[in-house]
Design a protein around this ligand. Structure first.
Ligand code: ADP
Length: 376
């Protein structure tokens, strides 16, 4: 019969017991798992064939027979005659077999070995725990070192400033330029320390985010104002293209979004050319998302370096150039925008310019009179 053929060939263990828990049927697959021929099962109890397995399942068998209810997808770890001394894990289901009048006449079992699956899962859990612990250790280390560095750096910067402005002991022009170097490098180092601390805070989930209704035009205007001085110094024009009479309200954290915009705007200015432009605009890409574009006419990013753009400390070949940076801005930006339930992306052509965009959730209640509460 076809069904017998399927039972014989299917790669899963099947067997049947009578009410005394003696095998009346077993397929080849299960007999092989047990390490005993099918014939040597028939008529024997599970305790006689698989004493270690029996310790775990006999009670369950009885329960299924007494209740008439199946027991599905249980798990048992035990030794078998096929591999003495080795613990193996099986997933098993027991189904009561009933006569026409509803009384239980026996028990059918479906058995599957999942030793390798469980081992792989346990290995994965252990590897993850190990990785999490070393990540926590790295975060603690970075946080401690950064805090410890701030105190002496503050002293170095403070005394360098005092030397520079001390009129009773004026410095020579040479000495003044040395002090400028100390201040410039010291400030750069402080920026680096602050960025490391910020990134660490984000990765440890310690950054607090306060969502609220924020007007997109206002936040763009404020960010552009903050970047104007840098743009003037670099001879870069900022074009603020807010092309809507009814700009949507965002559902975001204003401080963090400003931080993200400032990162993108300052990069667009820093990596630009004298006489270049930075254009900021936005568009609604769906009912729920607004895209803010920051496009520059700058030096662009070489294609082979773009994959490292959001990695901390990566400056993509600009580390030896004149443009200052820590390589942390985009790493922080990417993590922040994720916390704001948005996205960041880019498109760049070397020597032509780059466009960075961020998607920010729109406050879906913008057209109602409600001015507080969470979005629908
Ligand atoms: P930083 O500017 O402090 O180096 P970021 O993380 O903000 O760090 O940027 C990483 C790198 O990506 C920069 O060093 C630069 O090489 C490149 N980059 C970022 N934005 C732009 C841009 N608008 N145009 C060209 N290169 C950019």
């Amino acid at each position: 019969m076809v069904i017998n053929h399927i039972f014989k060939e299917v790669p899963i263990g099947l067997c049947h017991f009578d009410l005394e828990l003696r095998y009346t049927y077993i397929n080849d697959w299960l007999a092989q798992l047990n390490g005993i021929s099918p014939e040597n099962h028939i008529g024997c109890t599970i305790r006689e064939v698989l004493p270690d397995v029996a310790k775990h399942v006999e009670q369950l068998f009885q329960q299924v027979i007494d209740s008439g209810e199946p027991h599905l997808n249980g798990e048992v770890t035990a030794e078998t005659p096929a591999q003495p001394g080795i613990l193996r894990t099986f997933r098993h289901s027991y189904i009561p077999v009933k006569s026409e009048n509803g009384s239980v006449t026996g028990l059918s079992c479906v058995v599957e070995e999942i030793t390798d699956l469980r081992k792989a899962q346990n290995d994965l859990i252990q590897a993850k725990e190990k990785a999490d612990e070393s990540n926590r250790a790295k975060s603690r280390f970075l946080s401690t070192v950064s805090h410890e560095l701030r105190t002496p750096m503050n002293a170095i910067l403070g005394f360098a400033q005092i030397l520079g402005i001390n009129s009773s002991e004026p410095l020579s022009e040479n000495q003044k330029s040395y002090i400028d170097h100390i201040l410039k490098s010291g400030n750069h180092m402080m920026e680096l320390i602050d960025d490391v601390l910020e990134l660490n805070k984000i990765e440890e989930g310690k950054l607090s985010i306060h969502f609220d209704q924020i007007a997109v035009d206002k936040i763009i205007d404020d960010s552009v104002q903050l970047i104007r001085v840098l743009a003037q110094e670099k001879g870069v024009e900022i074009l603020n293209k807010i092309a809507s009479d009814d700009p949507p309200m965002l559902w975001t954290d204003g401080t963090r979004l400003t931080q993200v915009l400032l990162n993108l705007l300052s990069n667009a200015v820093k990596y630009n050319r004298h006489g270049g432009t930075v254009t900021i605009s936005f568009e609604e890409i769906s009912e729920r998302m607004l895209r803010i574009n920051v496009a520059d006419t700058g030096i662009g990013i070489p294609e082979d370096k773009q994959q490292y753009l959001f990695e901390p400390f990566e400056r993509l070949g600009r580390e030896s150039g004149e443009i200052e940076g820590t390589g942390m801005g985009l790493a922080v930006t990417q993590r922040l925008i994720k916390l704001l339930n948005g996205n960041v992306g880019y498109q760049s052509n070397e020597n032509k310019g780059s466009t960075f965009w961020i998607d920010v959730p729109i406050n879906c209640e913008r057209n109602t009179s409600a001015m507080s509460g969470s979005p629908s």
